[in-house]
Design a binder for this molecule. Structure first.
Ligand code: ADP
Length: 665
């Protein structure tokens, strides 16, 4: 007896030890994988509850797939298989058997390292199979996501299954609603008939004393939207908030109604804010919710798998509770005048424009006003700065130009005094000398004529100078008028060239006129065009040395007449070409020694050509020569002003050529 008692105790001790070892083993070793060391491929089977994928399931799967791929150790291959149950046959045992058989055949000779289930039905299926030694899922490791409720597991089932659930914090969510809107005194909780909804209802009832201020809680529960609407209509009053949970059908066809239709239906009854506890309502017109974001759950499950592969398999990870997220719709926040400062930190704000601020409306207005004022001030500042810089630049340019003009004017006055003094000196000294000679009776006619001619020439120089000055003033005042006549411009140019031949001959310069056409009639102011040609000719003669050539040419080109005056004289340096039409400009003092001049001739020439709507250009090379080319439009005027004044061409030529040195060289 004693012996048998001892034996009994002995056996009991062994049994208890084995049990303790088994328990310890099951507690801490259940999820100790060896895959990372021995196996290069991780075989995963994902079983989903539906044969169609709703939005939530899609997101759960995408979170799962993406994270599995992203965090995969480098030398591990993933082999993922996807299976789905038929939601409508899930209660049918025959269907479950056949589905099981299907899995058995498919995975008979394949390893399954990990099973993921998505949704309640797949979880229930796996729960039955992990302990069914006829199933391919027998003693496989299962991680379940997308569960609507926490189903209790037996100790044996817990060895193989991990449930990832969202943390239940209904009191927190209701407290947040009460805190966001001080006026709320009643919260209507709209629930469907599911176990999940019953759980929530139960938890809220239990946590009533946890609400931070007094609030009435109404439950409206049905699977049918018609009932929900009817019940809500009865109790709907001001200062209420609604929380919607679950999915609802229509009595008409017994089909599920889309979340946005449900929200619209509820909004047709109440103007009160609608919140949710289910992810699928988030984008359907509710203010916001405290929800479990599906892809976060998928992501969590994938991470869980890898952390276990790395040896973390402790028992407290059998039920994982992940925090839900506060989500708010940006527009609705303002529509329902929520205090934005009271929105929980870390909340997700949907549909928020990129640069929008989440602030109370008055602050937002002030904020936007300040920001826009700053932007306007900055833009204005930059604008002012640019303007000031432009102004400074303009002022500098203006100053430079004024300085240049001043210099030109001073040069002009110096030059002009010289120009005036030279002929005046000649006139004075010649007349004085002649007077002396006459007094002494020491003169003859030839001597007298010669001196008179000198006086004449120098008087002409003075006259030309004064005329030019008057013209320039007229241009400046804008009252320089043309007397247009329809004339043969070839003839006008030819005559003036012929009248100037004497002056070129004096300097031993060959002056030639040539034309492609004998007659080109156009409207010109004859006097002015003559002055232009004479000016160009006098310059050509002045700046061409003895033995040189001057070639004057006319031609028609389209509807323009082209007059060119070309010499092979001293030329003009390239950098001075653009300057010579400026008033008072003379190329340089070194060149000036050649001849007299005031530097206003070409300025007048250009003004006259512009008044004729024509143009003048110059081509020149130092020591090779210069070519001026005038283009005048060919057209006729109706009223042909006849120039009635009798003109002495020779006198005009004498006047214009007065500064050409005619002493034979
Ligand atoms: P100016 O009365 O001094 O001749 P213009 O306005 O007629 O004044 O000419 C301006 C300057 O252009 C002249 O001083 C001279 O330096 C230069 N110039 C004009 N025509 C010629 C030319 N045919 N050859 C060389 N230089 C010329």
């Amino acid at each position: 007896m004693k012996k048998s008692l001892l034996k009994y105790i002995y056996i009991r001790i062994i049994n208890i030890s084995i049990a303790i070892i088994l328990i310890l083993n099951s507690s801490f070793k259940t999820y100790a994988y060896d895959i990372l060391n021995n196996n290069k491929t991780l075989n995963i089977v994902i079983i989903s509850s539906h044969n169609y994928q709703d939005e939530q399931e899609k997101q759960l799967l995408s979170g799962l797939y993406n994270t599995l791929e992203k965090l995969k150790p480098k030398d591990l291959d993933l082999n993922m298989e996807y299976e789905s149950l038929d939601k409508n046959k899930i209660t049918n045992n025959e269907y479950i058997d056949s589905f099981n058989k299907l899995l058995n055949t498919k995975y008979n000779d394949k390893e399954i390292d990990e099973v993921f289930t998505v949704g309640d039905d797949a979880f229930n299926f796996a729960k039955q199979q992990v302990l069914n030694f006829e199933s391919i899922l027998y003693h496989k490791k299962v991680i379940s996501i997308g569960l609507n409720r926490n189903v209790d597991l037996t100790e044996e089932e817990e060895k193989y299954m991990i449930r990832i659930l969202s943390a239940n914090k209904e009191p927190l969510w209701i407290n947040i609603i009460l805190y966001l809107q001080d006026n709320i005194d009643t919260v209507n909780i709209i629930l469907d008939g599911s176990e999940y909804s019953n759980d929530i209802k139960h938890r809220i009832e239990l946590s009533k004393n946890l609400f931070y201020r007094d609030v009435k809680i109404n439950f409206i529960q049905s699977n049918y939207i018609e009932d929900i609407k009817q019940d809500l209509r009865k109790i709907n009053k001001n200062n209420q908030a609604n929380i919607i949970v679950g999915s609802f059908k229509s009595k008409d066809n017994n089909l599920d109604i889309a979340p946005n239709t449900i929200v619209t239906d509820i909004k047709s009854i109440t103007k009160n804010p609608i919140y949710t506890y289910s992810y699928e309502y988030i984008n359907s017109g509710v203010i916001g919710g405290y929800v479990n974001i599906p892809d976060k759950q998928g992501e969590y499950a994938a991470k869980k798998l890898y952390s276990m592969l790395n040896g973390d398999g402790s028992k407290d990870s059998i039920v994982e509770k992940i925090e839900s997220t506060f989500i708010f719709n940006y527009k609705e926040i303002y529509k329902y005048k929520l205090d934005t400062f009271r929105i929980p930190e870390g909340s997700l704000i949907l549909n928020k424009p990129k640069f929008a601020l989440l602030l109370p409306m008055p602050l937002k207005v002030i904020g936007y006003t300040i920001i826009s004022s700053i932007i306007i001030i900055v833009i204005y500042g930059v604008y002012r700065l640019i303007k000031e810089k432009q102004k400074a630049k303009k002022n500098k340019q203006l100053y430079e130009r004024t300085k240049e003009r001043e210099k030109l004017k001073t040069d002009f006055i110096v030059n002009m005094s010289h120009e005036l003094r030279t002929p005046l000196n000649v006139i004075l000294s010649t007349s004085k000398l002649t007077e002396l000679k006459i007094n002494k009776n020491d003169y003859d006619n030839k001597y007298l004529l010669e001196k008179l001619e000198q006086i004449n020439k120098n008087s002409n120089r003075l006259l030309k100078l004064v005329n030019n000055l008057i013209d320039i003033t007229k241009f400046e005042l804008g009252n320089y008028e043309l007397k247009l006549e329809n004339l043969n411009v070839v003839e006008v140019v030819e005559n003036i060239v012929l009248a100037s031949v004497d002056y070129s001959t004096c300097k031993n310069i060959d002056l030639v006129f040539d034309t492609e056409e004998e007659e080109i009639i156009t409207a010109i102011d004859k006097d002015k065009i003559e002055r232009v040609i004479l000016n160009l000719l006098s310059n050509a003669i002045k700046f061409t040395g003895s033995g040189g050539n001057i070639y004057v040419h006319t031609k028609r080109e389209k509807n323009q007449v082209i007059i060119s005056v070309e010499d092979n004289g001293i030329g003009i340096p390239k950098d001075k070409l653009s300057e010579i039409f400026n008033r008072f400009y003379q190329v340089s003092d070194t060149l000036k020694k050649y001849e007299e001049g005031s530097g206003i001739g070409l300025c007048i020439v250009e003004e006259i050509i512009n008044l004729h709507n024509g143009g003048i250009s110059v081509y020149s090379e130092v020591n090779k020569g210069t070519k001026f080319e005038i283009k005048l439009p060919i057209y006729t005027v109706e009223k042909n002003l006849k120039n009635l004044e009798t003109r002495d061409v020779q006198q005009i030529v004498r006047l214009e050529m007065s500064d050409v040195d005619t002493k034979e060289k």
